[in-house]
Design a protein around this ligand. Structure first.
Ligand code: 5AD
Ligand code: SF4
Ligand code: FES
Length: 360
């Protein structure tokens, strides 16, 4: 699949041809990662953020939300809930919170590893190399950091840079991989100013980066942000503007699966937000193989409003657990057990596929 091929499928409107795309993606998903849907329990450990990304509701100068940082004890209660619900992984996510220190996080990771058999995924933003290394040594298995868009100019416009140097998330991803993390990245779909060409390049970059995990979702305007209010020098939508729709999200999920057959791809909360009825299921039937049930306690969950109308924001951990289990059964898939890391396949001299490396 070259860029032209990706572009034409991103622009596809024909219902039958789209059905073919969904079928192809579903077949590749079944052949390479199987029918298991892996559950990653999401704990939103802090909504404090020192950055001011133009698109995100957690940005430092949004004064309309209360801020919280969970204690170790509070987090460990959620971690044990993850074990009870049968999840194989916990994802610790936060804004870019300087109050989360390197040593505190190392201690937390060690404790999770000592008390449970869970895989630990971190999603804590752009942190110093020494911290990332210390967390890896403490036992963290995976790290998620989206590059948001491969269009450098657009990225610079919407992503708040700290200090003089532009942030370089691709370098961070490379660094994480060298440290032995499974690495995850992804983009938002339909950012104002994002073109079809940009999005095709994003998908090619997923493949070039050989990502273990790929998370994508529609951009959803937040009224308390500059991009949401459109008060800044943001590009006006042109003819090549990608729409931030449900359909475009399925196209990107399906094409990501075709580009990266072995990757773990979640059916995201942002997708569930644009179609509460069956967004998650359709994502899983068009290339995705992972869901991320939320474990965050209700009183904090309502404060983690990256974008408005976020699905599950008024639910409990138990509600999300049973809801997702039912949804998985309803589409004739099964719930994955164990950590569900990426399986890397390599060709042998016999030309057969062999599992050479089972990480996580
Ligand atoms: N709409 C959709 N996704 C968003 N994110 C941040 N703000 C928004 C928004 N307004 C996504 C970014 C970030 C992830 C944690 O949430 O891709 O990496
Ligand atoms: Fe902070 Fe991340 Fe939101 Fe940027 S996207 S404001 S770094 S939480
Ligand atoms: Fe949270 Fe359905 S996944 S209520």
């Amino acid at each position: 699949m070259n860029k032209e091929g990706i572009l034409s499928r991103l622009r596809e409107e024909n219902v039958e041809k789209l059905e073919t795309l969904w079928r192809e993606a579903d077949n590749v998903r079944a052949a390479h990662v199987g029918d298991a849907v892996h559950l990653r329990g999401l704990i939103e450990i802090s909504n404090v953020c020192n950055r001011r990304c133009a698109y995100c509701g957690l940005r430092a100068d949004n004064r309309s939300i209360g801020r919280y940082r969970m204690t170790t004890e509070e987090i460990m209660l959620c971690v044990h809930d993850a074990v009870d619900y049968g999840y194989g992984t916990v994802v610790l996510q936060s804004g870019e919170d300087e109050g989360i220190t390197g040593s505190w996080m190392s201690e937390l990771i060690r404790r999770i590893k000592a008390e449970t058999g869970l895989a630990v995924t971190l999603s804590l933003g752009e942190r110093a190399g020494e911290e990332l290394l210390a967390w890896r040594k403490a036992g963290a298995d995976r790290y998620l950091i989206r590059f948001e868009t491969s269009n450098r100019k657009l990225y610079e416009l919407i992503h708040h840079r700290k200090g003089a140097r532009p942030s370089d998330r691709l370098a961070i991803l490379e660094n994480l991989r060298t440290m032995g993390y499974e690495t995850g990245s992804g983009v938002m779909i339909g950012i104002p100013g994002q073109t079809y060409e940009d999005l095709a390049r994003d998908i090619i970059l997923f493949r070039e980066l050989d990502l273990d995990m790929i998370g994508v979702g529609p951009y959803l305007p937040h009224p308390e942000t500059p991009l949401g209010k459109n008060d800044g020098d943001f590009p006006a939508a042109g003819v090549e503007q990608v729409p931030n729709t449900e359909l475009m999200t399925y196209k990107v999920i399906a094409l990501s699966r075709l580009a990266c057959p072995e990757a773990n791809i979640p059916s995201t909360t942002a997708l569930a937000t644009v179609n509460r009825q069956e967004g998650r299921e359709l994502g899983l039937q068009r290339g995705a193989n992972v869901v991320m049930p939320n474990l965050t306690p209700p009183e904090y969950r309502v404060l983690y409003e990256i974008y408005p109308g976020k699905a599950c924001i008024h639910e409990t951990a138990g509600a999300c657990a049973s809801c997702l289990n039912m949804r998985i059964i309803s589409i004739n898939r099964r719930t994955g057990t164990g950590p569900g890391g990426r399986r890397k396949r390599a060709l042998t001299h016999m030309g057969q596929n062999l599992n050479v490396n089972e990480r996580g």
